[in-house]
Design a protein around this ligand. Structure first.
Ligand SMILES: [Fe+2]
Ligand SMILES: [Fe+2]
Length: 166
């Protein structure tokens, strides 16, 4: 199996998009079903942004300084997603604003993943060698079992705080 970092991140994106579609296709009254899907979305996003923030983004910033602006913009987009995810994690699924918040999360994250895939991942692939991308992917695979799965876990909270103050 490939450990190419971009392949791994794109696989995550695909699974995230699949859950977004499931949410969008669930009926207006499918409250329990949608709550389960949102739990899954929260888990997928918490793990994925953690791996990008801990491995991919700092390494891209270090190795390809010309992509610094893209990386900084991406950190800010993660932060917006973190806020929405944290709010959703503490919200009852039948709350008046629940669906609206999920919809805004889906719009924001979809835009963010499209930008990663279309704009800067190709530049990262061009700038880094195959071997470097495989090493980055291997590091992400190693870290994955320890990644937080809920926003209230300490390692996820630390990430959220770092994003605001650093
Ligand atoms: Fe990202
Ligand atoms: Fe991503």
């Amino acid at each position: 199996m490939s450990t190419d970092a971009i392949v791994l991140l794109r696989n995550d994106h695909q699974e995230i998009r699949r859950q977004f579609k499931r949410f969008e296709q669930a009926g207006d009254n499918a409250t329990a079903g949608k709550a389960k899907i949102v739990d899954k979305i929260i888990e997928l996003l918490t793990v994925h942004t953690y791996l990008e923030n801990e491995v991919m983004y700092p390494e891209v910033r270090r190795l390809l300084p010309e992509l610094e602006d893209d990386v900084l913009e991406s950190y800010e987009e993660h932060h917006v997603a973190d806020v929405l995810v944290a709010e959703l994690a503490g919200m009852e699924p039948d709350a008046e604003r629940f669906d609206a918040k999920v919809t805004v999360l889906i719009e924001n994250v979809t835009h963010h993943m499209d930008e990663e895939e279309q704009d800067w991942f190709p530049q990262v692939r061009a700038g880094l060698g195959r071997k470097q991308l495989q090493e980055l992917g291997a590091r992400m695979n190693e870290l994955r079992p320890q990644a937080p799965t809920r926003p209230e876990q300490p390692s996820a909270l630390k990430k959220a705080v770092d994003a605001v103050i650093s």
